[in-house]
Design a protein around this ligand. Structure first.
Ligand SMILES: NC(=O)c1ccc[n+]([C@@H]2O[C@H](COP(=O)([O-])OP(=O)(O)OC[C@H]3O[C@@H](n4cnc5c(N)ncnc54)[C@H](OP(=O)(O)O)[C@@H]3O)[C@@H](O)[C@H]2O)c1
Length: 268
């Protein structure tokens, strides 16, 4: 690794994280990119085309050990930017979900992310420099019927981001939460949601979502909701009772709801 700017991107093998890593590489950041599967090594090869140093790490960020493996790979190098993006969803009714599956959602999105944020924020505070982008979601603004655990983890991250930002107000460190809406990535397949309305409907471009997140990070904004439709959805969520939001979410995420989307409008 060189002596230039340095960023860590979690969940960089596909989707929003992959696009965030591309922007960081183009901007000249040396990178550590992390995901759980070997595909992260292919992503790293792509990213090297931007002429920057890229190290790929296979680590399960649902565990403390996986996050420690990532931190060890950084070898104490000052982290200019942390893009804490790794996360996973899980569809279906809560009572039908396996414990191991919903636990993995909580361990990845909440436990692992919180641990990593603390370790990196401590380092950043010690030298009073650094920027953090957390990938939350507009899902955190609404009760997620048929995706209940996932939305709750994103409510945690959306909230946590604001709290950490406030605690660091007297430092030069900024904390920004990127709040995407439905985005065209591997997310819905991995969450077993391809029989839902949201799973088969048109979604945001992950490159555009990543760009919105990056620009918000650079400007030190508290949050950014990505895309006009999602901004509207976020605004509606602030003035709508939770019981109504929960009902609306059923319409998008209930298994079988994909059938309500006309063939001409399906993107699966
Ligand atoms: N797509 C959407 O509609 C949407 C909307 C709002 C927010 N988000 C959030 O955006 C973030 C990125 O998701 P995406 O949409 O880009 O989906 P994605 O294409 O499935 O990417 C998820 C990334 O996270 C990694 N990851 C998941 N669990 C991990 C673990 N335990 N350890 C290490 N890496 C792990 C995945 O790698 P492996 O496959 O190797 O595990 C992958 O690189 C997530 O936090 C998600 O909640 C997505």
């Amino acid at each position: 690794m060189g002596n230039g700017k340095f960023a860590i991107v979690t969940g960089a093998s596909t989707g929003i994280g992959f696009e965030l890593a591309h922007i960081a590489a183009k901007e000249g950041y040396d990178l550590i990119v992390v995901a759980d599967e070997p595909l992260i090594n292919n992503a790293a090869e792509d990213l090297k085309a931007h002429g920057t140093n890229v190290i790929s790490i296979e680590a399960d960020l649902a565990t403390i050990e996986g996050n420690d493996k990532l931190l060890e790979a950084a070898q104490g190098r000052p982290i200019d930017i942390l893009l804490a993006n790794a996360g996973r969803g899980l569809g279906k009714a809560f009572i039908d979900q396996d414990v191991a599956d919903w636990r993995r959602v909580i361990d990845t999105n909440v436990l692992g992310t919180t641990y990593l944020l603390q370790k990196v924020a401590q380092q950043m505070v010690a030298r009073n420099a650094g920027k953090i982008l957390i990938t939350g979601s507009i899902a955190g603004l609404m009760p997620g019927s048929y995706q209940a655990v996932y939305n709750a983890t994103k409510a945690y991250l959306d909230s946590f981001s604001y709290a950490l930002r406030e605690e660091l107000r007297d430092t030069d460190i900024t904390v920004t939460v990127l709040m995407p809406g439905p985005t065209e990535t591997e997310f819905f397949k991995r969450a077993d949601m391809m029989d839902t309305k949201v799973g088969v409907s048109e979604k945001e471009d992950p490159a555009a979502t990543a760009r919105h997140g990056w620009d918000a990070l650079q400007s030190g904004a508290a949050h950014v909701v990505s895309g006009f439709k999602n901004k509207l959805q976020a605004a509606i969520s602030h003035v709508t009772p939770d019981s109504v939001l929960a009902k609306m979410h059923t319409g998008m995420a209930e298994p079988g709801s994909a059938a309500k989307v006309p063939e001409s409008k399906r993107v699966d």
